[in-house]
Design a protein. Structure first.
Length: 405
């Protein structure tokens, strides 16, 4: 799950002094909440609990004044009525407790990574306009159920698709997205899945002369059983897909291809082949969320407590191989870029660190931050960064960890 981090309620400004020109430039380091109050009433663009959907906006400055970074928040899903009713009481199901301001540098997760306004952390995108879509529908913005579902005398609304459309319309009409020079659409975890599901929708809505690229971080969730062979996550997502009425909220070319089983299009490996917009896939081979929640093992092969047995270690390694096989079409794609490391991370684009994360982990001397910027701005012809070393050998130092024999 992507961790939601909300900033202070106080307005702060960062002052940067260019002494050589004796000029003081003031930049706003905060993103401000915009609730879709009108669209909530007229279009039904509401969260699970019926409160209006919305987004946070941070204005671009300097060279980024007319460039846009659009980020769709993650935070898992709800799979059944009871689960969604519980979620509706949290900030992942309601906007009632969303603060008015999100802090810039700490917008999410250890100084923000791709979302940071710190030039040292995020040199290519730190001063771009930022639209941060709050996630409160539980369906990766795919649900579109007209009538509410009543649970314990409370109405639940599955309107993620309507929230997405309302945000797109508001950004184009009121914030200047339609006159942008360049646009990047991103997300991690459930927001990474949102990128796979909706990137083409963003592309189709933005004027065709404006370049649009996507970054999907940790959203390549496998249609895979648990270590015991149970359907687990597959059954949960099918249940959720039907409850959300998501058939009309996912890639329609995918739905046509899987017309007998449209739920398959909620899985990124199935919907990815139908994407037409250039995409940067950022994915860990041993994604920590998938290992724990899809494969459902609670150990890691290098830990002493709890220590994996031989069956668990094999399942761990096999899952990584399955994920690599599933992502091979992207690795072979001439259109898209891939960062695929052999690490147990989740949401790398939002994490900074000396060893792991946006600015830390390296493949052949390159970090994700450098790779993505180089690809977007065409500073290199390279588009694939794939960790080729076997995780079970001591030669694999990308993550600083090895599987014990």
């Amino acid at each position: 799950y992507q961790r939601r981090v909300r900033g202070s309620q106080k307005m702060k400004f960062a002052l940067f002094v260019l002494l050589c020109f004796d000029i003081i430039i003031v930049t706003n380091a905060y993103a401000y909440l915009h609730l879709l109050n009108i669209d909530a009433k007229t279009e039904g663009a509401v969260c699970l609990d019926g409160s209006p959907g919305g987004y946070y906006y941070r204005q671009g400055t300097g060279t980024g004044a007319n460039k846009w970074l659009i980020h769709m928040e993650g935070g898992g899903w709800c799979y059944n009525e009871a689960d969604c009713a519980n979620r509706a009481t949290s900030t992942l199901g309601s906007s009632k407790d969303w603060p008015n301001i999100l802090e810039g540098s700490s917008l999410c997760c250890n100084d923000g990574g791709l979302l940071s306004d710190n030039q040292n952390v995020n040199p290519d995108f730190y001063n771009w306009n930022l639209a941060f879509l709050g996630y409160c529908d539980g369906s990766s913005f795919s649900g579109d159920r007209t009538d509410p579902v009543v649970v314990d005398n409370k109405s639940l609304y599955f309107r993620g698709k309507r929230i997405l459309y309302a945000v797109i319309k508001d950004l184009l009409t009121n914030k200047g997205l339609g006159t942008a020079d360049q646009v990047v659409v991103s997300g991690c975890s459930a927001g990474g899945l949102s990128t796979y599901l909706h990137l083409d929708q963003w592309r189709e809505s933005i004027p065709s002369h404006i370049p649009v690229n996507g970054l999907a971080d940790a959203g390549y969730f496998l249609e895979h059983t648990t270590i015991t062979g149970a359907s687990g996550y597959i059954a949960q997502m099918i249940s959720g897909f039907n409850l959300w009425n998501a058939t009309g909220g996912v890639n329609q070319n995918c739905v046509t291809a899987y017309k007998a089983q449209p739920w398959k299009c909620i899985f990124a490996p199935n919907t990815y082949p139908f994407l037409t917009t250039p995409l940067f896939l950022l994915q860990g081979k041993y994604d920590s969320w998938q290992i724990g929640n899809i494969l459902q093992i609670s150990c890691l092969p290098w830990d002493e407590a709890p220590k994996c047995n031989a069956t668990e270690t094999k399942a761990f390694l096999d899952y990584g191989n399955a994920l690599q096989e599933a992502i091979t079409p992207a690795i072979k794609s001439a259109k898209d870029a891939v960062w695929f490391d052999a690490c147990t991370q989740h949401c790398q684009s939002l994490i900074n660190g000396n060893v792991l994360g946006w600015n830390g982990i390296k493949i052949n001397g390159t970090t994700p931050q450098q790779a993505f910027g180089d690809w977007v701005f065409k500073r290199t012809s390279k588009s694939k960064w794939v960790d080729e070393c076997a995780f079970s050998t001591t030669e694999c130092n990308t993550c600083g960890l090895t599987v014990k024999a």
